[in-house]
Design a protein. Structure first.
Length: 84
């Protein structure tokens, strides 16, 4: 066997794996597992990580905004801007 023929040697076992697991018997199981993993990752991020990011951002920058309604075409002075 030559090294360049490795793709042909491995093609049979890989093909049988795909035919037996992903296409026929285990297809719905594999798809459900992928959906569940995705949902768990989203729940972990939006349930645990994102609130702490939002809380940290609010605590760090919440009282320091220096922009306001004047950006939208109003000529009134910005009440959020600190005096010079």
């Amino acid at each position: 066997m030559y090294f360049t023929e490795i793709q042909f040697v491995l093609a049979g076992p890989i093909n049988s794996l795909f035919e037996s697991f992903f296409e026929c018997e285990g297809g719905p199981l594999f798809l459900n597992a992928m959906v569940m993993v995705t949902l768990m990752k989203m729940a972990t991020y939006y349930g645990f990580m994102q609130p702490s990011y939002l809380w940290h951002f609010q605590e760090r920058y919440g009282q320091q905004w220096t922009v306001g309604h004047h950006l939208y075409g109003c000529d009134l002075p910005n009440p959020l801007k600190k005096g010079k």
